[in-house]
Design a protein around this ligand. Sequence first.
Ligand code: ADP
Ligand code: ZN
Ligand code: ZN
Length: 723
Amino acid sequence: MPIVRVALPVPLPQLFDYSSQDACEEDVGRCVRVPFGRGEKSGVIVALVAESELDPARLKTVRHIQREVAPLPADWLELVGFVARYYHAPLGEVIALALPPGLRRADAVSDRESDPLLDLSDAGHAALAETRRPSRALALLGELRAAGVIRRSAARELPAGAALGDALKRGWVVAVRGTDPSQPAANRPELTDEQRAAVDAVAAAPDGFTPWLLQGVTGSGKTEVYLRLAERTLAAGRQVLMLVPEIALTPQLESRVANRFPAACVVSLHSALAEGARSRGFVQALEGRADIVLGTRLSVFAPLPRLGLILVDEEHDASYKQQEGVRYSARDVAVWRAHQRKVPVVLGSATPSLESWQHARQARYRSLRLDARALASTLPAVRRIDTRRLKLDEGLSPQLKGAIGERLARGEQSLVFLNRRGYAPVLSCPACGWVSHCPHCSANLVVHLADRRLRCHHCGCDTEVPHHCPVCNNQDIQPFGRGTQRIEARLAELFPAARVLRVDRDSARTRSQWENLLAQIAGGEADILVGTQMMAKGHDFPQLTLVGVIGADASLHAADFRAPERLFQQLMQVGGRAGRAHLPGEVLVQTEYPDHPLYRCLVKHDFDAFAASALDERRAAGFPPFTYQAMLRADAPMLKDAMDFLAHARRLAQEMAPAGLRVFDAVPMRLTRLARRERAQLLVETDERGPLQAFLVYWIEVLRAQRTPRELRWQLDVDPLDV
Ligand code: ADP
Ligand code: ZN
Ligand code: ZN
């Protein structure tokens, strides 16, 4: 009987052999269900082998091979193999992450066209040509004619979309087969000179792998460049993979892409999709029917037989790096994949990661620049407000309050940006010094006055706000410091006629809440926004002309060496929300360090100067991208167990350490206690990537063989973001 080698989602770095009556070479890459332990597991066949190391009599038999779906191609198996090797994760776990659960369980995948392409029928054209009494259905026909072929979902969104049912019933509108997926909608804009130059540069490059860094200021029209590049790729009969950092950003982009390419099959993939939809999208990609796959980091694993272009929007965004399980960076995997498949990859951002910016400076990536905004004439004016001698009103300076008042008078929107949600970061008792600690973490419970709760933002622990100090019974306990809810409350008092809207993870918990908030803002139903970093990303708010930044100084002196980079990116991004359309924008940054170089670069919108100086500091201090790092983390109910394990791991590392490997001391993590577990970490580092990878292979193998306390867990993080 043939023997198949199967990758299963178990935390062991090994593959499992099973016999099968009828398996053949074509089954490599197919999903299977197999008996495992006392139950059943599903995985993927990665090879057909002639012989197993196991006694043939003891081999168990495959239960079911999923043959209704095409097998995963060899290049896909290579991709997950690379991720398993590079991040030192078991292959079965990488596959479990990469495959939609329904597919892996070898369920049947329903595949119905749910959103047909529509066009006017001959009768529809005739109806339009006749002079009739105006009606909703005729109005819709006019709109449809202007739009060209269009998806049913998009047709419903048209101003007269409510008449779609009527028009279909009359036979004026019919479902059609799309012919050319690259055929763009009629209303696309003329490119600016800079956009044209960027598109031409990519078009002129020889076929094959070229990494590009598209550095374009906020509002410069990077998306338009992506769309034009996608159009070329589709016209060549190939598929486009487009990565975005956050689910919250997908709806806007999804409709923009679908509206631009009405005849293309656009599939979106992210973890919030229902299982059936995710499996269906994955299979459409696998079978080559999807023309554009758009999604968050996990869509980097979509199989794409006709792949021709990879786009990574907001490439600097930390959410491309998975922070649990297989700790991969979707951006880095995307670049590897482009190399593997010999296609171009475009990394776009107004504020590139220092890693990518450095690659571009060294000409390892080619540079594309958009230095001017597409619509607005100028970038917003950025001003510092020196708060050292000011009396602040709940954190608000007189200048900021004045500027908000002016916007109100003009009917424009303002945003107060503060990266801290809740009412206040802690509740404390002035009499005895009690503070609201989380019982499970080394963090404070945050005051949420909106629903009168104390919440831990790390473990989710949630209790009622007490009426008096639990230690000394003092009634006069005080929220200390400021969060978005407190600013929201104060702004509502200061500007009673204004509509104040808070936008943070508490007010936008679900996708539909988030979409509602966006619609409210876009519809001009809010005058003053109070928002966290959620507001910093990718959105266009034409009426927003003022951004006030408060509480940014905290990041200047944070312990994490990446904190200034993140702060600069955030401030440039959030500042970029101001004055996107035809109204000029202004950004006011409240600070006690107005002369700090970071703020000076910000005022000049000079990302390059900031990046160059930040990289100089990194080089001097020996930080990435000048060194390569891996972090071993351990956690246990008792800190001692975690520290002992890491100390042992450290000794092992030193025994086997190749020349040039630096092994640091094991230290408790900054947030040591999280959800009743104590955490510690151990950093290893080299000047070259190769020796680090070679060392990790052996180290991990030895570590896996160690006996550890039952409650101890450990993981390795290659290229960690938080050090
Ligand atoms: P970015 O992603 O670089 O911040 P966007 O792609 O969102 O910028 O573009 C900013 C705005 O400019 C959008 O409203 C977009 O429709 C508009 N825009 C982009 N390119 C053009 C162009 N060539 N002509 C007219 N408007 C454009
Ligand atoms: Zn007290
Ligand atoms: Zn907690």
